[in-house]
Design a protein around this ligand. Structure first.
Ligand code: GRF
Length: 204
């Protein structure tokens, strides 16, 4: 599969996907990286790996329609099969979600359906987990639909929340498992056929 990774920030999940491909753990290749943030480190990571990288933001266009067309044209030009949201801070336009139905994955740094939704991102998630007093947290990869963090879960893994954890230490623990989980989710799509049973994803 040809992957397009959308990222807004640091890009460590992008790096883990590229590294998994280089090591032969997955056969899907990142062929395109798009960021809404021109300063995103994800663009640097892509360029240093000779992957086409674009800054694409709605602000560059006078209408939403032109923006969506430019987005879809890029995806088509690079023959993208699957879209990976790796720390992408924008809601994807509905037309893109519809065009790539069940072929868009997002990673969330907590156990869905907890600690999620609009405004629940980055350190805010880990702060909420700690202040709630949850004893486990983790990461979830899910299929993207038109609502934030709403689509069916593909794969989840837990980490223990220790009494001495701070949002910062919890983030580190969760990020470490994210870097394994995303490539595992991609591998599932490479090797098995996903079927939706209600809102459950079943792989055959
Ligand atoms: C990750 O914690 C991911 O779960 C969330 O955004 C963060 C992105 O980190 N959606 P990075 O840019 O991949 O380092």
């Amino acid at each position: 599969m040809n992957l397009c990774v959308l990222a807004s920030g640091r890009g460590s999940n992008l790096k883990s996907i590229i590294d998994s491909y280089k090591k032969g753990k997955i056969i899907s290749k990142v062929v395109l990286v798009i960021s809404n943030n021109s300063n995103s480190n994800a663009l640097n990571i892509a360029r240093s790996n000779q992957i086409p990288a674009y800054h694409l933001s709605q602000k560059q266009f006078s209408t939403e329609q032109e923006y969506v067309k430019a987005f879809l044209d890029l995806l088509e030009k690079h023959k993208v099969d699957m879209i990976i949201l790796a720390g992408y801070m924008k809601l994807l336009p509905a037309e893109i979600v519809r065009t790539f139905q069940n072929k868009i994955l997002n990673i969330h740094p907590a156990l869905l359906p907890s600690f999620c939704g609009q405004g629940m991102y980055g350190m805010k998630v880990h702060e909420a987990v700690i202040s709630y007093g949850a004893k486990v947290s983790g990461a979830s990869v899910h299929i993207v639909d038109e609502i934030y963090d709403n689509g069916p879960v593909v794969i989840q893994r837990t980490v223990k929340v220790a009494d001495e954890d701070t949002p910062e230490t919890l983030q580190k623990k969760v990020l470490k498992i994210e870097h394994k989980l995303f490539p595992e989710a991609i591998k599932l799509f490479e090797t098995k056929k996903p079927t939706l049973v209600g809102r459950r994803v079943v792989f055959n």
